[in-house]
Design a binder for this molecule. Structure first.
Ligand SMILES: NC(=O)c1ccc[n+]([C@@H]2O[C@H](COP(=O)([O-])OP(=O)(O)OC[C@H]3O[C@@H](n4cnc5c(N)ncnc54)[C@H](OP(=O)(O)O)[C@@H]3O)[C@@H](O)[C@H]2O)c1
Length: 335
């Protein structure tokens, strides 16, 4: 089978982790990197040697030897960078949040459809063994009816604090950076909420330093979701049903998380065995993208365009309720 040739756009923290995990993917090769500066591209190349080192994103997307590009830039650039890749017929795996708002997401998706080029949101948790085990257990009815989901995600950024965490221009704030995982996990179990309550504490820059969300469902289920940059939290998720509870231990969105099952039928607590493999956990989504490309797909059956749009629309609604706004909203004409 043909080796899938990857390029990475942006050379920050996550780009390094992804490059490291790509080594665990059979039939994948990291062949190129693109950076805003030659120095960053060269530094990246010292750690992860690649055939092509580009000093601009434009040069990367024009490289005929690249099949697919992983976008690892700050949130505010995801739309622009994705459109650039698609314009040059490069398949795209775009980091979360997929875009700054649902309008941008819709533009990206409709352009991918028009170009008939693969595009997927890098929602890596959806491919992790612990997450799949949790879904399987819920599907088998082990929890009975899911009535509540409680998720917390919090850390205190350490100096030097990355600009993108608090800069509104870069899409800063907890909701878009970490709260998105809380929202995703609640929706992947309970679906689209019927009612959303949300409040936030603004940082000095205006972005949300803390964000508390309550999803309510017509059947009485609820999800309570909290994200913060002010405290180091357990970063766990509890999925509570009429017959039992699953706890995804810290950090619930990473493959190192453990699945604990509290079975109320027999009053027991069990740690559910889940296969682990080395790496940070980005290899799973990369393998999926490889599979999709080999099959000639332009949309992932696991992270569908509808899933991505629904998540972005829900983030928009939460932001409307909590009062979280970005310059990108003005550019797009949202009001
Ligand atoms: N899935 C996950 O687990 C996970 C974890 C962390 C982050 N992320 C996502 O990945 C994205 C990048 O996060 P990160 O932590 O890697 O960020 P980062 O360390 O700040 O790196 C971002 C890179 O984007 C490029 N860039 C372009 N314009 C920039 C600007 N105006 N300011 C700063 N950087 C700019 C830079 O690369 P060049 O200078 O080389 O162009 C920079 O190194 C975010 O959207 C984040 O949500 C996902």
């Amino acid at each position: 089978m043909k080796t899938i040739r990857w390029g990475i756009l942006g050379t920050g923290r996550i780009a390094h982790k992804f490059a490291s995990d790509l080594k665990l993917v059979k039939d994948a090769e990291l062949v190129a990197v693109g950076s805003r500066s030659q120095k960053s591209a060269d530094d990246f190349n010292k750690k992860f040697p690649v055939k092509h080192v580009h000093d601009s994103y434009e040069a990367l997307v024009q490289n005929p030897e690249v099949d697919v590009i992983y976008i690892a830039t700050p949130h505010n650039l995801h739309c622009e960078n994705t459109l650039l890749c698609l314009r040059h017929n490069k398949a795209v795996l775009c980091e979360k949040p997929f875009a700054m708002n649902s309008r941008q997401a819709a533009t990206m998706i409709s352009y991918a459809k028009e170009q008939k080029v693969f595009l997927m949101e890098a929602l890596w948790t959806k491919f992790h063994p612990h997450y799949l085990k949790m879904q399987e257990m819920i599907g088998e009815g082990l929890l009975g009816k899911v009535r509540a989901i409680l998720v917390n995600f919090g850390f205190k950024p350490i100096t030097p604090i990355p600009a993108r965490l608090f800069d509104p221009g870069l899409g800063g704030g907890t909701l878009m950076d970490i709260g998105i995982y809380n929202v995703f996990i609640a929706m992947s179990i309970l679906g689209k909420p019927d009612h959303i309550d949300a409040v936030m504490t603004p940082a000095s820059t205006g972005v949300d330093e803390q964000c508390a969300i309550l999803f309510r469902y017509k059947n009485g289920a609820m999800a309570q979701l909290f994200s913060t940059f002010s405290s180091n939290l357990a970063t766990e998720a509890d999925i509570c049903g009429s017959e039992g509870r699953i706890r995804l231990t810290s950090r619930f969105y990473e493959p190192s998380s453990t699945v604990e099952f509290y079975n109320e039928r027999v009053d027991s607590r069990e740690i559910i065995p889940v296969a682990k493999e080395p790496g940070f956990g980005y290899q799973y989504e990369a393998r999926h993208v490889n599979d999709c490309l080999r099959k000639g797909l332009t949309e992932s059956p696991v992270v569908s365009f509808n899933d991505t749009l629904l998540l972005m629309e829900t983030l928009d609604k939460i932001r409307d309720v909590a009062g979280i706004r970005y310059p990108a909203d003005e550019v797009d004409g949202r009001n």
